[in-house]
Design a protein around this ligand. Structure first.
Ligand code: ATP
Ligand code: MG
Length: 204
């Protein structure tokens, strides 16, 4: 289809939470997006200081969380690519799969700030429009951003982070209503984020 407008929401999603979903939904509404593709990372290079849950668990939680929304889909491009995930590869792969679509890369204010340090930012901006969303604790600064290529959007503030969700599970505190119900159940079923080693997936 020509002229399809596709949001791209990349993240570690360890676990995916309602902050991610509200941000994607809000940007989809404001920009008239036909679809938002959630793209869980492979082995994330930014987060080497902690053990990240297996990509397959993060992928499945993302599928569970987005299943009820007909405009939300999940892509395996980063999970299936060898090596660490770089946003340039994500956008290049999605562009190759959907050459006629206009891509809108949705990212939090914290991550957007790093655009300024991305060496390839010119290549990025040819592949996608960038949408920076607010999140509590981070401010949006558009001072040095290239004009026309980046939009800043205020989303309803949800003070939820994956870090806090993991800490809660480790402390035996609930994550109900911070993440979708199916994700609460998946975390429990797989024993994710409890202190101690993450159990192996059956057959893995
Ligand atoms: P962690 O605490 O492990 O860093 P996270 O909550 O930041 O996890 P990520 O998977 O790192 O989640 O985030 C993916 C994207 O979603 C990032 O661009 C991030 O800025 C954005 N994001 C995360 N939480 C929120 C939120 N509550 N509101 C808006 N955007 C968010
Ligand atoms: Mg983060």
């Amino acid at each position: 289809m020509t002229g399809t407008r596709i949001g791209v929401m990349g993240g570690t999603f360890d676990p995916i939470h309602h902050g991610h979903l509200v941000a994607a939904s809000e940007v989809a509404g404001l920009f008239g997006l036909d679809e938002v593709v959630f793209v869980p990372t492979g082995q994330p290079w930014q987060k080497t200081e902690r053990a990240v849950s297996p990509a397959e668990d993060r992928y499945l939680m993302t599928v569970i969380a987005t299943a009820s929304n007909p405009r939300f889909t999940v892509s395996r491009v980063d999970v299936d690519r060898e090596g660490p995930t770089y946003t340039i590869d994500t956008l290049t792969d999605l562009h190759r799969q959907r050459p006629d679509a206009e891509l809108f890369f949705i990212t939090g204010a914290d991550a957007l700030a790093q655009i300024l340090t991305w060496r390839d930012s010119e290549r990025f901006l040819r592949l996608a429009h960038f949408v920076g969303v607010t999140r509590p604790g981070f401010t949006l600064a558009d001072g040095h951003l290239p004009e026309g290529a980046v939009s800043l959007v205020e989303v309803p503030a949800l003070a939820i982070s994956s870090t806090d969700c993991r800490d809660r599970v480790a402390r035996g505190m609930p994550v109900w209503y911070l993440v979708p119900d199916g994700v609460v159940q998946y975390i429990e079923k797989r024993g994710l984020y409890r202190s101690g080693p993450v159990p192996r997936r059956p057959g893995a």
